[in-house]
Design a protein around this ligand. Structure first.
Ligand SMILES: NC(=O)c1ccc[n+]([C@@H]2O[C@H](COP(=O)([O-])OP(=O)(O)OC[C@H]3O[C@@H](n4cnc5c(N)ncnc54)[C@H](OP(=O)(O)O)[C@@H]3O)[C@@H](O)[C@H]2O)c1
Length: 173
């Protein structure tokens, strides 16, 4: 049983088969979804796995970056990224942070697998068509879909809430 962390959320885009990545990158380019991702995460702390961090080329502007990697942090990022070599240290650091600090789990699949069970909410962009890919993930069964945040030609974005967690107003996101 994973205890939910109130200020921890995940954000993901996936196709109908749960495909999230292809060859180390996103399989699609959806500017509207990227704008939503930016508007939700800017000003907050993002938690990212090393392979996704590499594909981004570094920390995202306007967001604090916490990186999970068992390797040494490359020197260009030593002042801008907080590294964690294991999940327990990362969870302890979230626990020590002020409760109004918001954390977003931004992938990839290895990181979603380990941290989604601790999240209270997941923002999921569900693509309408299938894409070729090599990395997949599925939203855990104990989350319930509770709201549509955005509808577009290629996708719908849902807010999922962990079962048993009280409803949070959309304007608190
Ligand atoms: N569709 C989306 O919303 C979305 C979002 C993000 C990423 N993606 C895609 O997902 C793919 C990458 O996902 P992925 O699953 O292959 O990799 P990932 O989750 O981005 O990164 C995995 C790496 O994280 C580190 N790591 C994992 N667990 C750890 C732990 N407990 N302690 C310390 N370090 C840990 C390891 O780094 P080291 O090897 O350095 O030790 C591991 O190799 C890419 O294609 C990317 O574009 C999609």
């Amino acid at each position: 049983m994973h205890l939910p962390i109130p200020n921890l959320r995940a954000i993901v885009a996936m196709d109908p088969d749960g495909t999230v990545g292809s060859g180390g990158r996103l399989p699609w380019h959806l500017p509207e979804d990227l704008r939503l991702f930016r508007s939700l995460t800017v000003g907050h702390t993002v938690i990212v796995g090393r392979r996704t961090f590499d594909s981004l080329g570094g920390p995202l502007p306007g967001r604090s970056c916490w990186l999970l990697s068992r390797k040494e942090l490359p020197s260009p990022f030593q002042n801008s990224v907080r590294p964690f070599a294991n999940l327990d240290d990362l969870l302890a650091a979230i626990g020590e942070a002020p409760t109004d600090r918001q954390f977003w789990v931004i992938g990839g699949a290895e990181i979603y697998r380990q941290l989604a069970p601790h999240c209270t909410e997941i923002i999921q962009t569900a693509l309408r068509r299938r894409y070729p890919g090599d990395v997949r993930w599925q939203i855990p069964k104990n989350f319930v879909r509770c709201e549509i945040l955005l509808e577009a030609e290629e996708f719908v974005t849902y807010r999922w809430r962990r079962n048993g967690i009280a409803e949070v107003a959309a304007n608190q996101l």
